[in-house]
Design a protein around this ligand. Structure first.
Ligand code: FE2
Length: 301
């Protein structure tokens, strides 16, 4: 069983920029880099949550999911196999790179690499934010959420629900946007998928949540101060009630920086909306595409 979003990995020629962008703008803690030079960032008690690897192109490399343990992962591996997807068990060296006890990885029907992880390593030292702030809301709700554009929405919906066990939180139908949102814990969604306008999958954004609205406002001020493009203005989502803004990171993927997300529970009944936001979230910088390609070199990070 998947319990939360564990970590996120991207590749970028500008990965070094994260050494200052991560702490100074987002408030992350810079920790020891990976053997390939990857910039690693903490946002809580976990040894790290974000890794930006050196690479020729900007792209999403992998999405890591925390699970209830190796036995449950092996059951998921069997379900994947029955579906026609081969999952590979990571070697001890590969697990050590991710700072986990172990993981299996596979490529989903849209070409995205997922990793099913057990035993994510916790740090021996308290989280120390890279700038003055109240900290990030993680814990049982994990790193945050990811939103993907997929070429075959119905096929992916069936895959994420039936094979991986994601539960539907709600549906947004706002032409040309059509999207499903899924939860695996109290966070309203850890994953959302939208219909891709092309025959290719793309990464739309990663969301991280902070503990106070003031932290969101300060991050917005820092983006303005450092000329970091704000791609969607401050606003509030209809479905998870998150007050957030979206920024263009040095690696070209979008990051939603938010506060106040709604909690769901086992009695949650899926809802339906015809708008993504009740106010704000106006699009800016149309020259910066929201569709980041999925890294095709999935085996090399
Ligand atoms: Fe989001």
């Amino acid at each position: 069983m998947i319990t939360s979003l564990a970590y996120f990995g991207a590749t970028s020629p500008d990965y070094k920029e994260w050494e200052s962008f991560g702490p100074k703008v987002l408030g992350c803690e810079l920790v020891e880099s990976g053997p390939d030079g990857a910039v690693r960032l903490r946002i809580d008690e976990m040894s790290y949550r974000l890794a930006i690897h050196p690479g020729e192109a900007n792209g999403v490399a992998y999405i890591g999911w925390e699970t209830t343990g190796v036995e449950d992962v092996q059951q998921m591996v069997e379900r994947l196999q029955a579906y026609g997807i081969e999952a590979k068990r990571a070697s001890a060296e590969e697990a050590a790179l991710r700072k986990v006890l172990g993981f299996y990885w596979f490529i989903d029907p849209s070409g995205i690499r997922h990793e099913l992880v057990w035993g994510q390593m916790r740090s021996n030292t308290p989280f120390h934010a890279g700038r003055g702030m109240s900290g990030f809301r993680t814990g049982d709700q994990g790193l945050g959420h990811v939103v993907l554009a997929v070429p075959d929405l119905e096929k992916s919906d069936q895959f994420y629900r039936d094979v991986l066990g994601f539960k539907l939180s709600d549906t947004v139908d706002m032409p040309p946007i059509y999207a499903f949102f899924y939860h695996v814990n109290g966070r309203h969604h850890s994953l959302a998928i939208a219909r891709s306008p092309t025959d290719k999958a793309a990464f739309l954004h990663l969301m991280i949540e902070v503990n106070t609205l003031e932290d969101v406002g300060i991050a917005q001020d820092l983006c303005l101060e450092h000329n970091i493009p704000i791609t969607r203005t401050l606003g509030c989502h209809t479905n998870d009630r998150m007050i957030s803004f979206y920024l263009h990171t040095p690696s070209a993927f979008r990051l939603e920086y938010g506060w106040g997300g709604l909690d769901v529970d086992d009695l949650w009944v899926p809802r339906y909306y015809d708008r993504t936001s009740s106010w704000g979230h106006h699009h800016q910088h149309p020259e910066l595409s929201p569709f980041l390609p999925i890294n095709p070199v999935n085996e090399q990070v």
